[in-house]
Design a protein around this ligand. Sequence first.
Ligand code: PAF
Length: 290
Amino acid sequence: MIERISNKAELRAAVAAARKEGKRVGFVPTMGALHEGHLSLVRAACARTDLVVASIFVNPTQFSPGEDFEAYPRPIEADLSALSAEGVEVAFTPTPATMYAPDTQVTVDPGPLAARWEGALRAGHFAGVATVVAKLFSIVRPDLAFFGEKDYQQLKIIERLVLDLDLGVGIVACPTVRERDGLALSSRNAYLSAQERQTAIAVPEALEAAARAVAWGELDVPAIEAAMRDAFQVRVAASDVAVSLDYAAVIDPATLEPLERVAGTARAIVAAHVGTTHLIDNCPLAPPAA
Ligand code: PAF
């Protein structure tokens, strides 16, 4: 049976009681509207820790003006049942007023990893993410916290946040969960019309094109990126949906800087607007063994 806690002091007490019994605490931070991707994080947390806390908090500070903060889906009862069915014992569901005092002054600067890609498209987004994750870690004090590789830039920023601020939380990266046709699961997929949903597979198709090119020995990044854009456009050209490709790039998996050549491991990243829905995805790239 899941316990829903909205108050910071109560949450701290519940975690402290578990710790006293020698339990290891796992944490899955979410914004709700849970899907199989979130549940895969929960399953990983249940497998590796003794008490799993999941938070559901649609964090206002990571939405830029004009984004979908108000419209973001909040199916709280369904989310609590899904977490309970997976064996989560505590759901932390604070309100914005619980998380942020009206006179809040200090925020976390996510640094250079936030400069490009989503950081360039969404002003202030990663400062909002880094700040709320630091606050959630400080409230929950987990041993391990679980994040999806789908939000790759977010994952790298959080790993760095933990390192640079000595937060003492182990970050566990979990693989992206996909639909059968390759579309990465995302709460925002719910916004897509049927036609947009069909067109959205342009995003994983661009990644597949990158992986194929590298597997065939293409290591020149401009050529790989051209293959990504071509694959994307082939799918988009077959549809009437308004689509814009925000970026299709091959980057260093640690620094997130653009690469000129794939020498060791690399990451292909794609972001696009399909209709008004912003979709992101990524995959690892490795040159064929010599
Ligand atoms: O990935 C998300 O759902 C959010 O960015 C997170 C990590 C829960 C912070 O609000």
